[in-house]
Design a protein around this ligand. Structure first.
Ligand code: F0G
Length: 461
């Protein structure tokens, strides 16, 4: 594959401007806090975590220019220039008629689905993220995942494992079109491993949507990383700037939900954008009800400015080359030491196949949770189970194994260095060495929805 620079080492294209110390802990300390947290890593205090790979959401480092933009924030209740700058930056990449800021991505989802969802409705997606699914199900609608078969095979190498199964979408629409208010595509597809969706797939989905008269919405949290993969993997895009790839993808959609906490490089924020005037009107009424006036929508003016600047930085090729390479670096090292990982590596995270790594643990004894706890105990590395704990509890209260039991090592943007990643690799290696000794987990208490955030566990043996 051609790269635009001839050096083997792809450096972090920035230097460190301010530092935040991290705290080393003893194994005994970690064992105690893990037990007190009910073996749920969301319950840990962040100071007890050395390398925090729980999420890439809102955890990135802002640039000097973003901090400068924060100073330009205008806090007028209505019509702040910060909103103008935010909307200009958003529509430069996503030229939708209406842009509604929200406090984060899931607020955009809630607003959209409150209007478009409801009992008996069905929303297909390549794979719904957990909050997307929960927000839909909360309205009484059904969330249907239609990933391509390769997307559910961790070891299958395919350049666009995030794609939607277009034939399955067609079948669903042929059978139940009246129940489908809109079709969604999540780019990149977080739940199947941060895997990209090809432009050809978006086009094919658009074509099916057109045939059935359905709007297409993007869940675009990681669209810059997705566009980088298109540029480097999809024929015909090698010379197309990432910003133009994003514009082409947006042109195929009728709207989007966005979390500014991912690719837009902000610590908070999101938006809902769409073309349909009548739908936008109804969404705006809900936005005012719980988010805020349409020109700030649950954010401070300074946040809107940070997002506007972050969006410009997110499409920079030097940044994206480093970003994707740094995740790949971690993945390649784990693969080399024999840890089963989802390949090719995703844009924001490396996903360990916990079911393959811990075959002695039944999916209903949560191999992903067992592995995530072991990584914390071993070296203070916090990761996230994306498997049966997250997806196994059905709306009717029954439990079924998720399609995959993965542990996600999500890499915050511009935050950790290569030596941090070398340390993580060493921790995983030590855990892998005695993987056969790890016990499964049992749930001792859980809520009815989004249980992974608050369930309490104990080791099963
Ligand atoms: N869609 C996708 C694909 C996501 O990954 C997320 C969040 C959201 C929507 C919701 O956005 O957090 O701003 O409300 N994902 C985070 C994660 C939490 O860790 O993957 P939000």
């Amino acid at each position: 594959m051609m790269t635009e620079q001839s050096f083997r080492t792809i450096i972090e294209p920035f230097r460190i401007h301010s530092v935040e110390p991290v705290r080393l802990t003893s194994r005994a300390e970690r064992a105690a806090v893990l037990e007190a947290a009910g073996y749920n890593l969301f319950e840990l205090a962040a100071e007890d975590v050395l390398i925090d790979l729980l999420t890439d959401s809102g955890t990135g480092a802002m640039s000097a220019e973003q901090w400068a933009a924060i100073q330009r924030g205008n806090e007028a209740y209505a019509g702040a220039p910060s909103f103008g700058r935010f909307r200009a930056a958003v529509t430069d990449l996503f030229p939708f008629a209406h842009v509604l800021p929200t406090h984060q991505g899931r607020a955009a989802e809630r607003i959209l689905f409150t209007v478009a969802g409801g009992s008996g409705r069905i929303v297909p997606n390549n794979t719904h993220f957990d909050t997307t699914r929960a927000n839909l199900e909360f309205t009484g609608a059904s969330a249907v995942d239609l990933p391509v078969a390769e997307g559910l095979q961790p070891a299958a190498r395919h350049p666009f494992k995030g794609n939607m199964d277009v034939a399955a979408l067609e079948r669903l629409l042929a059978a139940q079109a009246a129940a489908v208010p809109l079709v969604m595509l999540t780019v990149t597809n977080n739940s199947t491993g941060g895997q990209p969706v090809s432009m050809a797939n978006v086009r094919a989905v658009r074509e099916v949507c057109d045939r059935f008269g359905k709007p297409l919405f993007l869940d675009a949290c990681r669209i810059a990383e997705n566009a980088w993969f298109i540029r480097t993997r999809e024929p015909g895009y090698q010379d197309v700037p990432v910003a133009d790839i994003i514009r082409q993808m947006a042109a195929l959609a009728d709207g989007m939900t966005m979390s500014a906490k991912k690719d837009p490089l902000a610590n908070i924020g999101g938006w809902l954008a769409l073309n349909d005037d009548a739908l936008a009107e109804r969404c705006r009424n809900l936005q005012i009800l719980t988010e805020g006036f349409p020109t700030y929508g649950g954010l401070a003016g300074r946040d809107l400015d940070a997002i506007a600047q972050g969006l410009r930085e997110a499409v920079d090729h030097d940044y994206l080359r480093y970003r994707v390479r740094s995740v790949e670096y971690l993945g390649e090292a784990l693969e080399k030491i024999g840890v089963p990982v989802v390949v090719p590596f995703g844009g924001h995270a490396v996903f360990i196949d916990a079911r393959a790594m811990l075959p002695h643990i039944d999916p209903l004894a949560y191999p992903g949770q067992a592995l995530a706890c072991a990584l914390y105990l071993e070296g203070g590395v916090r990761s996230c189970e994306i498997g049966t704990v997250m997806f196994g509890l059905q709306p009717d209260g029954t439990e079924t194994p998720a399609a995959m039991d993965l542990v996600r090592l999500a890499v915050p943007r511009r935050t950790y260095t290569q030596s941090h990643m070398d340390y993580v690799i060493e921790v995983v290696e030590r855990v892998a060495y005695r993987a056969g000794d790890l016990p499964g987990m049992r749930i001792i208490s859980q809520p009815r929805r989004l249980r992974h955030f608050t369930a309490r566990f104990e080791p099963a043996s």
